[in-house]
Design a protein. Sequence first.
Length: 226
Amino acid sequence: MADYGFGKLNLDAARKSSVQDGVEWVTSREPVAYPDAVAVMEARAAAIAAGQANESVWLLEHPPIYTAGTSAQDADLLDARFPVYRTGRGGQFTYHGPGQRIGYVMLDLKQRRPDVRAYVHDLEDWLIGALDQFGVKGERRDGRVGIWVQRGLKEDKIAALGVRIKRWVTFHGVSLNVDPDLSHFSGIVPCGVSQHGVTSLADLGIKTTMDDVDAALRRSFEKVFG
């Protein structure tokens, strides 16, 4: 099938891709500007809905930015030190930047399972399974979006989720903190939760590469989504 979506960006020199079980995996080697990423996702999702492109998982990083989901409260933007983008995904404010692995997921739920709650649960399982490969116990928390790590008496967030679905095709997705500058999160109230902090694999003492994280994400994805 044609390379719908990704052809809108000149990514050929900065990405690698492969197709497995009908899902195209694309990995960008350089940070991708957020507006460009949204344009690519929207084009690809439309092509998937029209039966013109494979499903896709896009692994990338962004330059330092804040994004505001559909439930974001202006009071949760404490210090707009980085560009702020209003976006159509669910959720509140979050930070994206170097050292954080973004996984944008474009799947056709009509051909899989047209159940939004089940899809979000599967995204959580995907992250939990990937973290488990590094010896990290990621957990859900009632009333709180994302994946959390218990650290003694406190809990820190290590991964976030935010999705949008159009014509039963998903886009946006997840972010996993590998080794970002955690001080950058202080400009917002991450996902509207002020009582808890954020962490990363590096902050937990786990030294790894983005390639290793990508491999773990791919293995976990195959177990969860098939």
